[in-house]
Structure formats: structure tokens, C-alpha cells
Design a protein around this ligand. Structure first.
Ligand code: MG
Length: 250
């Protein structure tokens, strides 16, 4: 069932999303050579808790931390660790959510650590841009497939590939709600977008093959070919006036 939110519910969700966005901004500012991914996770958790909110991911399905931090060929669900020290040239995906007032926010961004290669920067640029191509299609009356096909077309034109095994999702009182929001698809297919729907659009884009595998820790998801991967996500609301990004810091 797809839950439609009232204006009041959307304003509560906006609060959760604002905290999520500010936590992500703090994480991004902390991405520097020599910093461990656990230090970044701790900053995120402390910030969220100081706002009176709860980190959405902490304990979710048994996830041990507040942020997923995924470096280089790790696509998503990287577990923060004091042993994982960031170095110059890494690309660092941080995914973080906050829960307050009965609602979740969810967002992600891939940050460069110091100076990165031109190839890595191009992947980040294309993945970020593909997110906004998807958001543009999140118009009332359109369908879920319009979003995914816009993302897919944009990145495949640039010879990147779209991860198939993980997708975006509805978000609200639960972190993961219906509908699924794939980053691939066919225009005009899938559930129709209606005002009051809130969805997380989150392209996960690989430089090589789209194939991924989950490591023995049952979380860390990496590209099978070892190629770099990027991940950008916003929580948005479908409104009568079009898509509205909820995960903005201000
Ligand atoms: Mg998400």
C-alpha cells in the first residue's frame, strides 16, 4: 500500500528530512584524508541525537551504526570502522537518515576525499545529475518508470551502469515503504505518482558492470569488478506543483 501524506504530515516529515540533510552535510565536511569512517559516523549520531531525533539506520535490520559509509568500490551499506582510514583520492558515499515526530528522512551523497581523479569526479557529477533528472520526472500523473528511465538513460549515455539489486523506495512513518523506486525502467510503467507520496530516489551508479555482491558481513555491498561506485539520494514529496525536495539543510 502506498501511503499518501497530508500537509501536516509533510511538515513533520520535512523536519526529519532537514535533520537528515544537516547530518549529511556534517559528514561531508568531515571527509578528509586521515579520518576514520567511524569518526564520521560518531559525528552524525551525535548531531542527530542532539536534535532529539533518532538515527534511522541504527539497529535497522541489525545495522550497527548511524550512517552507511561506502568507500570507492563499495556501493552501499558500508559499516563504519575505526580501521577504515580515508585517504586522498577516495570517493566516500555517506547515507544517513533521521527519525523524529513519527517520520523518517533519508539522504545520501558521495564526497571526494581531497583531490580525486578526473574519472572519479566525472562519475560523481553524472550520478548527482542523474538524481536530478529522476527528480524532474517525479510529477503527479507520471509513473515510477518515468523516474528510473530518466536516471538510466542519463548514465548509460555516459557509459556508466545502474545497479539493479538495490532500488529507491517510499519513505515516511517507516524507513522503507512502497513503492519501490528502481533507477532503471520503462517510461509510462509502474505505479502512478500522486500528490502526497513521499519517495527516496537514490541512483547507485557504477563505472563498470552493474553487478554487485554482498560481503560476508551481510551488509557491505561492492561492485563485482572492483570498479568505483557513486550514490546520491534525496527524499522528495510529490505535490500538485511538482516534486519538492525535503532533504535540504535549510
Ligand atoms: Mg534510501
Amino acid at each position: 500500500m502506498i501511503v499518501l501524506k497530508t500537509a501536516r504530515e509533510l511538515s513533520l516529515m520535512r523536519e526529519a528530512c532537514k535533520i537528515s540533510a544537516r547530518a549529511l552535510k556534517i559528514a561531508g565536511e568531515a571527509v578528509q584524508p586521515g579520518v576514520s569512517t567511524l569518526e564520521i559516523d560518531t559525528l552524525v549520531r551525535k548531531y542527530i541525537e542532539k536534535q532529539g531525533a533518532v538515527p534511522s539506520f541504527l539497529g535497522y535490520g541489525g545495522f550497527p551504526n548511524s550512517a552507511c559509509i561506502s568507500v570507492n568500490d563499495t556501493v552501499i551499506h558500508g559499516i563504519p570502522s575505526k580501521k577504515r582510514i580515508l585517504k586522498e583520492g577516495d570517493i566516500v558515499s555517506v547515507d544517513v537518515g533521521a527519525y523524529i515526530g513519527g517520520y523518517h528522512g533519508d539522504n545520501a551523497w558521495t564526497f571526494p576525499c581531497g583531490k580525486i581523479s578526473d574519472e572519479a569526479q566525472a562519475l560523481l557529477d553524472a550520478t548527482r545529475e542523474s538524481l536530478f533528472k529522476g527528480i524532474e520526472k517525479a510529477q503527479p500523473g507520471n509513473r515510477i518508470g518515468d523516474i528510473g528511465s530518466a536516471v538510466q538513460q542519463y548514465v548509460e549515455e555516459r557509459s556508466y551502469s545502474v545497479v539493479r539489486d538495490f532500488v529507491g523506495h517510499g519513505v515516511g512513518a517507516k524507513l522503507h515503504e512502497e513503492p519501490s523506486v528502481p533507477n532503471f525502467g520503462t517510461p509510462g510503467r509502474g505505479p502512478r505518482l500522486l500528490p502526497g507520496m513521499t519517495i527516496a530516489i537514490e541512483p547507485m551508479i557504477n563505472m563498470g558492470s552493474y553487478r554487485v555482491k554482498v560481503l560476508e558481513d551481510e551488509w557491505t555491498t561492492v561492485t563485482v569488478d572492483g570498479s568505483l561506485s557513486a550514490h546520491f539520494e534525496h527524499t522528495i514529496a510529490i505535490t500538485p506543483d511538482g516534486p519538492k525536495i525535503l532533504t535540504l539543510p535549510d
